[in-house]
Design a protein around this ligand. Structure first.
Ligand code: ITT
Length: 178
């Protein structure tokens, strides 16, 4: 069993679709350290969550962000804060003014089992568009990849191309090899 430490059900839904192991959601508000590096944030979170939540089963923390080329990678590691404060629609308004609307999502899945720590990352390129689609979560409606926004894809379709899907695929391979 893997304990997925997150308040975001969308992440858990995507992980369940990928992993053969049972995935249990654990809501523990780990410290998100201030860093430009998603690896560091996720690894610190996984170690803290393992130490503080008291279980024996391995934990996974997933830290993700949207990086917009024209504005120096904003909102990047601050994507959750910007979604809560500005909101997705206004992030689109910001990108709308730019000629270059390219962006990418990045995701780091950090695993910790009390002894070992491992990290798996993934990215997906795309461009920002006016919101479309009802699926997914977060910035999915404004992020288009090969003609469709991530919110217009099923979980399976999104996993096949997404930052999280790519990180989870590496994680699943590693789990299977152990
Ligand atoms: P936890 O920290 O509890 O896991 P969170 O949603 O705050 O949940 P992050 O800090 O990793 O997670 O999220 C960064 C932001 O990026 C947040 O606003 C998410 O909604 C958004 N995000 C993450 N993955 C995404 C995805 O696959 N599609 C769209 N938006 C995503």
């Amino acid at each position: 069993m893997i304990r997925f430490v997150t308040g975001n059900e969308g992440k858990v839904r995507e992980a369940r679709e990928y992993l053969d192991d049972e995935v249990r959601q654990v809501e523990y508000d780990y410290t998100e350290i201030q860093s430009d590096d998603l690896d560091e944030i996720a690894l610190h979170g996984a170690r803290e969550a393992f130490a503080e939540t008291g279980g024996k089963d391995p934990v996974v923390v997933d830290d993700a962000g949207l990086f917009i080329d024209a504005v120096g990678g904003f909102p990047g590691p601050y994507s959750a804060y910007v979604e809560d404060t500005l909101g997705v629609e206004r992030v689109w308004r910001l990108a709308e003014r730019e000629e270059n609307r390219r962006a990418h999502f990045r995701c780091v899945v950090a695993y910790h089992d009390g002894e070992r720590s491992e990290m798996f990352s993934g990215a997906v390129p795309g461009r920002l568009v006016a919101p479309r689609g009802e699926g997914g979560f977060g910035y999915d409606p404004i992020f288009e990849h090969e003609g469709k926004t991530l919110a217009e894809m099923s979980t399976e379709e999104k996993n096949a191309i997404s930052h999280r899907g790519r990180a989870l695929a590496k994680f699943a391979d590693w789990l299977a090899e152990r």
